[in-house]
Design a protein around this ligand. Structure first.
Ligand code: AGP
Length: 627
């Protein structure tokens, strides 16, 4: 969480920092601040709340500085107040620091620095960093240890070596106005290379309108940015040789392109995302119909699969489990990464562990995978590195951690609520389950061909489904804008869609919503139902269709208004449900790719009607990089 940005060059830094922070606001928006250096002083301006508050404050400030750092915060240590907002400064107000992550040993450091006379002005863990840097500037080590002659760089390096935790940092000092130092230790940080200007940022959208040449820092690396260029070092101070790469991202992709919100734009991008996945995962070669580029060892003697994930990715994993078990016959467990860390299931030989994370940066998922990696190395496994990541960001920390990646090709997702990346994760699971089934011969070639052909029809069915919903859902959103509780039910492969529908509604509209397996309602939750609690049921023809319809009737008998996500032109459903959200009639196995769409739109339109900030819901951040 938290977004950091830095600039050094020939243009006015303030606007560049602010526009960079705008693109990083998805990472946190409790407060924001920037620090620039001008005429030998640090000018630090901070504001509680969203970035527009900082922008208004800065309107009154003259801004000719050509170097600066900025931060948008998701509060961890200390309330979201201005005094806790970054940048933080040392006692003499010469050093300014922004940080994303957590400094685990900040209490000891703070104690020690206080005893040395440093004055703390915030409750944050970050504030120890500027004081530590100031201390090393005042008392440098007797011999210069780094291959860099800058005293500022050396003081920062000494300070960083005292820190424990996961962090990305950018810092500047009024006494060294031509240097910006950026550090990465288990929190993302990219360096951007322009013409006589250089950038650092937590994520590429912050700098893509200035340059597409970027270098992703690795853990344990520091960059020294000056107007002349960028030098990269490790924490021991050795200079490293690194080359930037060209980003496959255009400034257009980070704009709303006529949509009112990113969430809506991203929902409408889903047909294109599925097309990209189809292109990447499936071939026309009958001898190798699926192309995931996984080594053959991944499939050998596989006895069990465990999937670790959080939030929406966990819901996608539940559908993955259904597909893998039903198509390939491999027992599969899905665990919340945050729970698994402290109570892992016994690890058996020949287990494939899969981490699912859109951002590739979710702290709980990464920590659970790191633990699995370690547990594996302690066992004599036939094939050690059987760790697979499913992610939208192959260049993320996840990418460094696992031996193989499936890229979900979701494209950049800016809305905090995951929509198109959920569908992309589903596509990755269809490909994986079919690949496992094909190689283990648990599916006939005809059935495989059938499913792949049906998947190829899905993009146009999503388009048709989107078109069908437009007016229907806006009307429902009007009716439900004041509703306080919602229940979502589904069964089988559509039970996780009920969970996802409820999560989307909670996240963006702040309405209390629960997802249940439809058959469980009568075991307790049915007591919640009355005329004020609408029930959304997902009822697609297949294994459990009649069962879901009966469960829906049970809810109707308790006066709930019933909304059905059902196949188009379904007479039976029309008689039961008060309102219909029709989707194309596809095989039950593929139906989740369609049934989630009306639920995404329902959540979006209710939130929009309630006048809420759909793309940046309260208390949330897109990538949760703290435990
Ligand atoms: C999705 O709408 C949520 N914002 C959230 O649950 C998210 O899915 C979760 O934090 C996991 O993120 P990840 O996929 O980046 O690991």
């Amino acid at each position: 969480m938290c977004g950091i940005v830095g600039y050094i060059g020939t243009q006015a830094a303030t606007e560049i920092l602010l526009s960079g922070l705008e693109k990083l606001e998805y990472r946190g928006y409790d407060s924001a601040g920037i620090a620039t250096i001008w005429e030998g002083e640090v000018n630090c301006v901070r504001a509680k709340g969203k970035l527009h508050n900082l922008r208004s404050k800065l309107e009154a400030v003259e801004a000719p500085a050509q170097i600066g750092i900025g931060h948008t915060r998701w509060a961890t240590h200390g309330k979201p107040e201005e005094y806790n907002a970054h940048p933080h400064m040392d006692t003499a107000m010469r050093v300014a620091v922004v940080q994303n992550g957590i400094i685990e040993n900040y209490r000891e450091l703070r104690q020690d620095l206080k005893q040395k006379g440093y004055v703390f002005r915030s409750e944050t863990d970050t504030e120890v960093i500027p004081h530590l840097i100031a201390e090393f500037l005042k008392n440098p080590p007797s011999s210069q240890l780094a291959q860099c002659s800058s005293p500022f760089f050396e003081a920062v390096r000494q300070a960083v070596n005292k820190l424990k935790g996961a962090f990305a940092i950018a810092c500047v000092c009024a006494d060294f106005p031509d240097e910006l130092i950026a550090i990465r230790q288990q929190a993302p940080l990219v360096i951007g290379f322009g013409q006589g200007e250089f950038f650092c940022a937590s994520d590429t959208p912050a700098i893509v309108s200035h340059t597409r040449a970027v270098l992703t820092l690795e853990n344990g690396e520091m960059a020294r940015l000056t107007p002349l260029g960028v030098e990269i070092y490790n924490f021991a101070g050795d200079r490293l040789k690194k080359q930037p790469r060209l980003l496959n991202l255009s400034p257009m992709m980070v704009e709303k392109q006529g949509f009112k919100h990113f969430m809506l734009k991203e929902i409408y991008e889903q047909p294109g995302v599925v097309r990209a996945c189809l292109e990447a995962y499936f071939t026309n070669d009958i001898n190798a119909p699926i192309n995931l580029s996984l080594p053959a060892e991944f499939y050998d003697d596989l006895e069990q699969i465990q999937i670790l994930a959080c939030g929406t990715s966990w819901h996608a994993a539940l559908i993955g489990k259904y597909l893998i078990e039903q198509l390939a016959g491999i027992p599969t467990q899905v665990q919340y990464a945050s729970e698994f860390r402290y109570a892992p299931s016994p690890l058996t030989a020949n287990t494939l562990t899969i981490g699912v994370t859109q951002s590739g940066e979710t702290a709980d998922t990464l920590a659970a995978l790191a633990m699995e990696k370690e547990r594996r190395s302690a066992l004599e496994l036939k094939y050690q590195p059987r760790l697979l990541g499913i992610t939208n960001r192959p260049e993320s920390t996840l990418g460094e951690m696992v031996s193989q990646i499936i890229n979900i090709h979701g494209g950049l997702e800016i809305g905090v609520a995951a929509t198109k990346t959920f569908i992309a994760q589903l596509m990755a699971f269809y490909a994986l389950a079919l690949d496992l089934a094909y190689r283990r011969q648990t599916i006939s070639p005809d059935k495989l061909e059938d499913i792949i052909n049906s998947l190829r029809q899905i993009p146009k069915e999503i388009e048709a489904t989107l078109e069908r919903q437009e007016n229907l859902i806006e009307q429902l959103a009007h009716d439900f804008a004041e509703t306080t509780d919602f229940i979502f039910v589904g069964r089988g492969i559509n039970f996780p869609i009920a969970l996802e529908g409820a999560l989307k509604l909670k996240e963006v509209s702040y309405i209390h919503a629960e997802g249940y397996p439809a058959g469980e309602m009568k075991h307790g939750p049915i007591a919640l139902l009355d005329a004020k609690v609408p029930v959304v049921a997902i009822a697609m023809p297949g294994n459990v269709y009649e069962k879901v319809l009966s469960n829906a009737q049970e809810a109707k008998a308790r006066d709930s208004r019933l909304i059905g996500v059902t196949p188009v032109n379904d007479g039976e459903a029309a008689e039961i449900f008060n309102d219909l959200l029709p989707v194309s009639n596809v095989d039950e196995l593929l139906s989740p790719i369609l049934t989630v769409i009306p639920l995404q739109l329902l959540a979006y339109h209710i939130a929009a009607r309630r006048g809420l900030d759909v793309d940046q819901p309260r208390n949330l951040a897109k990538s949760v990089t703290v435990e």
